[in-house]
Design a binder for this molecule. Structure first.
Ligand SMILES: [Zn+2]
Length: 337
């Protein structure tokens, strides 16, 4: 990711481009770039090329835009690509979480490499690579699957992949003028995203530093997402940064309790942990869960009903009922790490 350097013709400085309304809550880095939801947010350590797997799990679980951390509602889910074959495919699998159209167009304005497939692959891939001539943006109706899988260049651990499907719109931006015009059109019709208090709280927790220590909130939000059902994402146990949740049986035990034990999710809302509370309040107040989370939970429920252990379950033999209090206080401790 070359934000701030080797800026191509479409890469205008962040201060010269008006921001979409829905980015107003994002913190700003010293150069003026809004700090997007998908990257680590620790002060002095803002790297727009380093997507955070912890954050991606939260984005997938709560079904949020990877730039602004707000829900999609009825809006399409956009992915950016640089080759025509990928852009024209009916289904796209990316290791980047989808974004709103206006968030994608804004990112394309201020930084040609935001949301780029090159961004996260390190210097070997990026070396000598010029900004691609053409940027394709594809708007999908659905996020059909999210799962952990090894990515080609990172062989030791997995990363989360997002499969979007149901192409409804395509944009091909061949010149900086086209990119500017497309963004202008999007700005003119931009509306504020209507969200409820629980969605606002999730976006705030995800994009602000931790209250106690002023650290990146990515891992505590991943813990909160784990309890809400992120634990049941296929392949999540091997994803970067998730080992702490699989090594400590309490995390998945609590996630299973939220899923299986009537009333527990409501009680868990009262936890002192701000992040878990935000996640549970959101979960408990949904009439319909986002498709991805609903799918993970249904699969886990079916497994439980048919007596097969869920993949994330440890063999530790925890009795969730007996050790509930212990687990809850442990959850709070661990989650603050
Ligand atoms: Zn957005």
């Amino acid at each position: 990711m070359t934000i701030g350097r080797s800026r191509g013709p479409a890469g205008r400085g962040p201060r010269s481009v008006p921001k979409p309304k829905r980015l107003a809550h994002l913190r700003i880095d010293p150069r003026g770039y809004p700090i997007i939801a998908a990257i680590g947010q620790a002060p002095g350590d803002i790297d727009f090329g380093a997507l955070s797997e912890s954050r991606k799990l939260a984005l997938a679980t709560f079904d949020l835009c990877a730039v602004c951390a707000l829900p999609f509602g009825e809006e399409l889910r956009w992915q950016v690509s640089f080759d025509e074959a990928t852009a024209m495919a009916k289904t796209l699998v990316s290791n980047e979480a989808p974004v709103h159209e206006i968030c994608a167009l804004y990112a394309a304005q201020v930084c040609p490499f935001v949301s780029s497939p090159y961004a996260r692959h390190g210097d070997d891939v990026r070396k000598g690579m010029k900004r691609p001539e053409i940027t394709y943006l594809t708007g999908f109706r659905r996020t059909a699957r999210v799962f952990g899988r090894r990515s080609g260049l990172q062989t030791s651990e997995s990363v989360l992949h997002f499969e979007t499907t149901g192409v409804e719109q395509q944009l091909k931006l061949s010149t900086s003028t086209e990119a500017i015009e497309a963004y202008q059109r999007a700005l003119e019709t931009d509306v504020e995203v209507t969200i409820d208090d629980t969605e606002r709280e999730l976006a705030t927790r995800l994009t602000e530093l931790t209250i106690k220590d002023g650290e990146d909130s990515g891992s505590v939000m991943a813990g909160a997402a784990w309890f809400a059902g992120g634990a049941f994402c296929p392949g999540v146990g091997n994803v970067q940064g998730m080992r702490r949740f699989t090594e400590e049986p309490m995390y998945t035990a609590l996630a299973r309790q939220v899923l299986l034990e009537p009333g527990f999710a409501k009680k868990f809302e009262e936890t002192e942990d701000l992040y878990t509370r935000a996640a549970l309040k959101w979960l408990n107040s949904r009439d319909d869960l986002p498709e991805i989370l609903a799918g993970w939970r249904n699969t886990a429920l079916n497994r439980a009903w048919h007596g097969r252990p869920s993949p994330g379950k440890s063999s530790g033999g925890t009795d969730p009922k007996k050790s509930k209090r212990k687990l809850q206080s442990a959850a709070r401790r661990k989650n603050r790490r």
